[in-house]
Write a protein of this length. Sequence first.
Length: 186
Amino acid sequence: MGKFSDKYYLNKAKLLKQLIEKSYKKGNFTLSSGKKSSHYLNCKPVSLNGEGLNLISDLFLELKDSRSKAVAGLTLGADPIVSGLIVKAASQGLGLNGLIIRKEIKQYGTKAGIEGPNLEEGTLVTVLEDVVTTAGSVIKAIKKLRENNYVVEEVLSIVDRQEGGLEALEDENVKLKSLFTIKDFL
């Protein structure tokens, strides 16, 4: 059936059903990018649910570049996904670290902008995101990781809204791999 397992396609169908029921709304919305939209996706009701997070983690584990030694994301949207994926990897005996990127560097203690284990310079890191619109926030995460001498080649997202994010990431030499696009919800 392709490069993915049968379980992958089954889990993908289950996840889409949950997202449609719990995360998708139609109306008039302003997105974090500032754009207006008649479609709104908030994946947190699914990613903060045990079954939903388990599905996302299974799917992302299969989608992720096997060379990647860590996953990272900008707080808050990526926090549950990063945690879910590293736990899922550990349960399968796979070594995978997680990094959480702060929106603002804390002004006390170590003044860290990235939380998590200290990894070697040049470590390949996969960035996780729930919804990509213009990719503005995910590009901030990529830049912060690169400033700390990590290598970023891919972003995994639950949904690509297809509003320029793919192209913006290509400009950063990063590949976007999304489980779904906005068309799956229409």
